[in-house]
Design a protein around this ligand. Structure first.
Ligand code: HH2
Length: 311
């Protein structure tokens, strides 16, 4: 780029929040949108399952699930993530019909009372399609488009997608996963997944990347991903991190799942400081407060506005 007459270089970067996060608008169906980057975005986990790894998150009754989602909204969630299949290590296979029968009634019950952004945690294109028809906005695909037809279903509805990295599948993924360079390999995988999504017609403003904490990763891999999150954030898309109450918290604190809230909140703040835009959490109220305080208290960097010249 040529220096300007003043000897300064024009900045052609997107606007950045004081935290260094890029301010972006996430496009959603029906003209809806969600602002990312200006403050931490909290995704509340609504598990419509009988077997999720955190017992306190299990809400198999659709009305209780919808009420839980509403309560999370009141506590400060920006997105509600409805999931009908546990993907914890070693989890049982769930038939498509079973996944649908757990998901759709809860989604319908929630949509009767709220238009808030909803994501659906599914690997199946047919389930995603049914959920988008019921008013879901985002597909949270932990397999990053493995099911043929997923990308097309999302593109057709102008929905957003979370592309997550997973090594192997939930049944076997924690059986000694190995990487030569975990954070680099995950970034390469996510970059390729984003290209596939774009190729299928999903808008650039509708893609979110997720390194997949705990999905085929040992402690050293999870920490590498969190410490070098810039490899993911520099790909040019918003980044989601989910580490709420996961094994990595237990390995560092020695605590069982019910006692992992404080550790999870500390890690969520660190992930946001590392560049994550969206934090997927079980404990919305406490995480919202912690993230807001953390974001308010970190040193504020002077940031050039778009097009403003810097030395
Ligand atoms: N983690 C879980 C499920 N879905 N999706 C994304 N994008 N990122 C994650 O880290 C992620 C995810 C596991 O958490 P949970 O849903 O509480 O557990 P379970 O799969 O046992 O229901």
């Amino acid at each position: 780029m040529n220096p300007t007459a003043s000897g300064r270089i024009p900045v052609a970067e997107p606007p950045r929040a004081a935290s260094g996060h890029i301010a972006r608008t996430l496009g959603l169906p029906g003209g809806k949108s969600l602002e990312l980057g200006l403050r931490p975005c909290v995704m509340g986990i609504v598990n419509l399952t009988p077997d999720s790894f955190w017992e306190g998150s299990r809400k198999p009754d659709p009305r209780i699930a919808a009420d839980t989602a509403l309560a999370m909204l009141a506590e400060g969630a920006d997105i509600l993530d409805f999931g009908a299949e546990s993907t914890r290590p070693g989890s049982a296979f769930v038939e498509e019909a079973e996944e649908l029968s757990r998901l759709i009634p809860a989604l319908r019950a929630f949509r009767k009372v709220s238009n808030a952004p909803v994501s659906v945690d599914t690997r199946r294109a047919m389930v995603a399609k049914a959920a988008l028809d019921e008013g879901a906005d985002i597909v949270n695909d932990i397999s990053a488009l493995a099911d043929p037809g997923m990308a097309e279903a999302v593109a057709a509805m102008r929905a957003a997608i979370v592309l997550m990295h997973m090594k192997g599948n939930p049944a076997t993924m924690q059986q000694n996963p190995e990487y030569a360079d975990c954070a680099v390999e995950v970034a390469e995988f996510l970059a390729a997944a984003a290209v596939r999504a774009l190729g299928a017609g999903i808008g650039r403003d509708r893609i979110i990347l997720d390194p997949g904490i705990g999905f085929g990763k040992k402690l050293e891999h999870n920490l590498d991903l969190l410490r070098r999150l810039y490899l993911e954030t520099s790909l040019g898309y918003p980044v989601l991190v989910g580490l709420s109450r996961k094994r990595v918290i237990g390995e560092l604190t020695g605590r069982a799942v019910p006692e992992r809230m404080a550790g999870s909140i500390g890690a969520a703040c660190a992930a946001w400081a590392g560049g994550a835009d969206i934090l997927r959490v079980h404990d919305v109220a406490a995480t919202r407060d912690a993230l807001d305080l953390f974001a308010a208290c970190v040193p504020q960097m002077p940031v050039p506005k778009t097009g403003e010249a810097v030395r």
